[in-house]
Ligand binder design. Structure first.
Ligand code: SF4
Length: 162
């Protein structure tokens, strides 16, 4: 079974919304979190990917399912996965890409959900501008009915974005 992005090393786990007490499990059970709603991951209800793509940052990334899955999604022609990343640290379809059109998706969800942010990326990747990260945070603040789940291997940048 592949590991989820950012699960395999100590990760900064941030939760926003009404309940901040939950912590994620150490493993993902099913790894096809590409839809914007109705995730099959057991500890979340929906995924939201305002960015896709990433670069490996540690041995903990060796089994990143998102890297493997992005290659397949590119071959299937999905628009969000057409930018290739470095052959050394990333891969086909896994180049870091911003998706401004996806920013407002949680605003349309009225019913409360647990939302896994960036199941196919790391929001705090160096190529994501702080201004964009703050836009993501602003959407979270505008939707207190949801509980947001963020995983990262770049917790240093999380501190900078605050
Ligand atoms: S940091 Fe990037 S490459 Fe590493 S596990 Fe997370 S998403 Fe995958």
């Amino acid at each position: 079974m592949a590991d989820s992005p950012c699960f395999t090393v100590p990760a900064a786990t941030m939760q926003f919304g009404r309940d901040r007490t939950d912590t994620p499990p150490s493993r993902i059970v099913l790894t096809l979190p590409i839809v914007a709603d109705g995730s099959s991951i057991e500890w979340t209800d929906a995924t939201w990917n305002p960015t896709t793509g990433c670069d490996r940052t540690s041995p903990g990334c060796d089994h990143c399912y998102a890297l493997t899955l992005s290659k397949r999604l590119k071959a299937m022609g999905l628009a969000k996965y057409q930018r290739d990343g470095s052959s050394k640290s990333s891969g086909p379809g896994f180049g870091l890409t911003l998706h401004e059109h996806a920013l407002g998706i949680p605003l349309k969800w009225r019913a409360p959900r647990r939302v896994f942010v960036n199941s196919m990326s790391d929001l705090f990747h160096d190529e994501v501008p702080l201004s964009f990260i703050r836009e993501v945070f602003a959407v979270m603040q505008q939707t207190p009915q949801h509980r947001y789940q963020l995983l990262t291997k770049r917790s240093r940048r999380f501190g900078q974005a605050g």
